[in-house]
Design a protein around this ligand. Structure first.
Ligand code: 5GP
Length: 191
């Protein structure tokens, strides 16, 4: 998506560890107008997928997920992050290793919000090694709900997550695909 690539070129900074800092429009300060356009684009790409709900993980997935939910007219559920969980009977849970914080988190969704009839779209801000998406896929499997697709604002195509989702046979839509950070410059994939 050109508008997003232009914004990343203008405002993104490459940090050590292959981390792209985009905290003035996505990860700290949020640009609502841009989020709205991203949400509309997700809705367009998944318009015929029969989605009943959107799943994401707090906190940075929430803004694009809510905008996608607005345009698809479906509820948005964000998995909560915890250091560790004890009483879990009423929760679906999964373990997720955080790419940026380098710690393990448990994520959870209250069972009340998922129904076997649901067909969900997973949305996140970044796709790196695919741990956050895998955690949501694990929850979907436990809840026996079908996954219509995965939508990410930015994928780093050179890391493992892209292939993980493709190999699972799930439709993957990335609104910006980064091929490399050669010389600390963002190179976008050409397709
Ligand atoms: P994964 O679970 O795919 O390894 O990493 C995805 C999660 O880590 C995202 O939810 C995002 O919060 C964070 N993340 C991964 N790579 C980056 C990055 O380059 N920049 C930022 N800001 N967050 C990232």
């Amino acid at each position: 998506m050109k508008i997003l690539e232009d914004r990343i070129r203008r405002d993104g900074t490459v940090l050590p560890g292959d981390v792209l800092k985009v905290d003035n429009f996505l990860n700290h300060q949020i640009d609502p107008q841009l989020m709205n356009e991203l949400g509309a684009e997700f809705a367009r790409r998944f318009a015929d997928a029969g989605i009943t709900k959107i799943l994401t993980v707090e906190s940075s997935g929430i803004a694009p997920a809510v905008m996608a939910g607005l345009h698809l007219n479906v509820p948005v559920i964000f998995a909560r992050k915890h250091k560790s969980l004890t009483l879990t009977d009423h929760l679906y849970t999964a373990k997720v290793y955080s790419y940026t914080k380098r710690v393990n988190n448990d994520i959870s969704i209250d069972r009340r919000f998922l129904d076997a009839k649901d067909r969900v779209l997973i949305i996140d801000d970044f796709l790196a090694n695919g741990q956050a998406v895998q955690g949501l896929l694990d929850i979907a499997e436990t809840a026996q709900i079908s996954v219509a697709g995965v939508g990410v604002v930015i994928e780093k195509r050179f890391q493992k997550g892209h292939q993980l989702v493709v190999d699972a046979g799930i439709q993957l839509e990335a609104l910006a695909s980064i091929a490399s950070f050669d010389h600390n410059e963002v190179q976008f994939a050409q397709d």
